[in-house]
Design a protein around this ligand. Structure first.
Ligand SMILES: C[S@@+](CC[C@H](N)C(=O)[O-])C[C@H]1O[C@@H](n2cnc3c(N)ncnc32)[C@H](O)[C@@H]1O
Length: 232
């Protein structure tokens, strides 16, 4: 039975891949790349293109719909787990690639549960990646936390009330998945007087990277899915 790897490829800059990730990606037989929309390219796959050899390795791009409906998600996760297990059982090593880190708000977490439950004998290795949060903080040269400070990470999909409570509780609030309620977030930050202490980062580590610190620019911007905010 071959090894199944979950490889964090970082935020999008190939130079932010670990040496371990590169070594494994060069060596595996199969690479499985997730996409949420079949008409869009896989960001994770784009990040590792220079390290792989399509003449020798099988590249599979698989769709994982962007929905919270488990009736839609479960068959997608199960199908991917079946595929991974079938390759590994046939002796072919597989790397499931994920943007950022594989255990940080990643589809791989669901796959890991299924694989552990249904194929307990399958060897699984997880290679951590640089999360978008660390990459964004680095681009903005913004210390995330120091000393006794506390930080919270909230997917904005959790709702505006959670964000409001977090702003009153933690020294640093990181918001992921801001696109869906962006205008509400901006309104809240203005009301809470956080105009000077908010940064917005989109597609960090890619040629389309945008780092905004001016609150009027943040307000006027229309973010895409790969966007986050750090609020001090
Ligand atoms: C499902 S989570 C994936 C997090 C990822 N596993 C990580 O470690 O960064 C997706 C959210 O992460 C953030 N994100 C991921 N990649 C990003 C990037 N390159 N630039 C800015 N935000 C990013 C966005 O908030 C996006 O909505």
């Amino acid at each position: 039975m071959a090894i199944v790897y979950a490889v964090g490829v970082g935020p999008g800059d190939p130079e932010l891949l670990t040496r371990k990730a590169e070594r494994i990606l060069r060596s595996v037989d199969v690479i499985l790349a997730p996409v949420s929309n079949p008409s869009e390219a896989s960001v994770a796959l784009g990040t590792i293109r220079e390290f792989i050899d399509e003449s020798r390795q099988e590249i599979i791009v698989r769709q994982f719909p962007m929905t919270s409906d488990r009736a839609v998600l479960m068959p997608a996760w199960q199908g991917a787990a079946d595929l991974i297990a079938a390759h590994a059982e046939a002796g072919r090593s597989v790397a499931f690639i994920t943007i950022g880190d594989p255990l940080f708000y990643s589809t791989f977490i669901y796959l890991l549960r299924i694989l552990r439950e249904q194929w307990p004998q399958l060897p699984i290795e997880i290679v951590p990646g640089i999360s978008s949060i660390n990459a964004a903080a680095a681009e903005a040269a913004l210390p995330l936390v120091e000393g006794d400070e506390k930080m919270v990470v909230i997917p904005a999909t959790a709702g505006i009330d959670q964000i409001k409570t977090a702003l009153a509780t933690y020294e640093t609030v990181v918001l992921l998945k801001v696109k869906s309620i962006y205008s509400e977030i901006v309104k809240l930050l203005r009301a809470a007087g956080r105009e000077q202490t908010t940064i917005f980062v989109e597609r960090v580590g890619s040629p389309r990277q945008k780092v905004l610190t001016d609150f009027d620019e943040i307000t006027a911007h229309s973010p895409d899915y790969l966007s986050l905010m750090i609020i001090k």
